[in-house]
Design a protein. Structure first.
Length: 283
């Protein structure tokens, strides 16, 4: 796999899941039980990786979905077909969630197509490895925060007029927020901000009956790392440092998002789940 990783790493973010070898495992592992029947979900970064696995699992559970992505058109169309194969409906929309107007457009698409919005999955993110903090340019620092933090704020702000009692917001943070990452200083900082935002927003929206939780994945095999999101040295041993000794698959993370999005977690808000291969971190 090392030779394959080296070749893939020559690309730039965002990467295509269609070009990834080996392919991530996105297929749901169990039959659906209508836990999201008649629900509508927006999933940012829904074209590939964790977002794809979440989209197909939500579809199997009865939800229609809007998939937001940057520019990976082939992956997005593939994911939409996978959703439709589960008997659900999908809409795709390309653009930069770092721009407030685009976030408004994503929500407008959900409402104009499906007439409601029940679940917001803030999954999109980007990362850039740097061994020295002085190598992080102002442009990169701004870009990482604009996507990972500003985009999340914009999406919540756009969604709020349409989220009713019983709605759920699930934000993707990261194990790096808890254990750090020596080559991902700006990325880890955004994930710390996301965790704090999740906890604070959960309190802010509690009286409205809207739950807000987070998922903090460990090393997961998605396009994010192989296509410029990690150094070749890190990729050569990707996931080996976890107690389970391997990277996780997207379909091992997606059930966390489902649990937090459905009524099974009706007494949980402000919490974070940790699908990370056995790494023990503070909650």
């Amino acid at each position: 796999m090392t030779d394959t990783i080296s070749k893939m790493h020559e690309g730039e973010l965002p990467g295509l899941e269609a070009d990834l070898d080996p392919k991530p495992e996105w297929q749901p592992r169990y039959a659906g039980s209508a836990r999201l029947k008649n629900k509508v979900a927006i999933i940012t970064g829904g074209d590939s990786g964790i977002g794809r696995a979440v989209a197909v699992l939500f579809a199997r559970e009865g939800a229609n979905v809007v998939l937001s992505y940057l520019e990976e058109h082939e992956d997005a169309k593939d994911t939409a077909r996978m959703v439709e194969a589960e008997g659900a409906k999908a809409q795709i929309i390309a653009g930069d969630i770092g721009e407030r107007a685009h976030c408004d457009a994503i929500v407008d698409l959900a409402i104009s197509t499906f007439g409601r919005l029940d679940i917001l999955i803030n999954n999109a993110g980007e990362q850039h490895p740097d061994k020295d903090i002085t190598d992080i340019s102002d442009k990169q620092l701004q870009r990482t925060f604009q996507t990972n933090v500003y985009g999340m704020f914009h999406m919540v702000q756009a969604a709020m007029p349409h989220l009713k009692e019983g709605a759920a917001i699930v934000n993707c943070t990261s194990v790096t927020m808890y254990k750090g990452a020596d080559e991902l200083l700006d990325y880890s900082a955004t994930k710390g901000a996301i965790t704090a935002f999740t906890r604070s927003l959960s309190q802010n929206l509690a009286e409205q009956g809207i739950r807000v939780n987070g998922v903090a994945p460990g090393p997961i095999w998605t396009p994010l790392n192989p296509f410029g999101g990690a150094s070749e040295e890190k990729l050569a041993h990707f996931g080996e440092s976890t107690p389970m000794g391997r990277p996780g698959q997207p379909n091992e993370v997606a059930p966390c998002f489902l649990f937090l999005a459905c009524d099974d977690s009706s007494y949980m808000s402000g919490q974070v789940l940790h699908p990370n291969g056995g790494i023990v971190v503070g909650s």
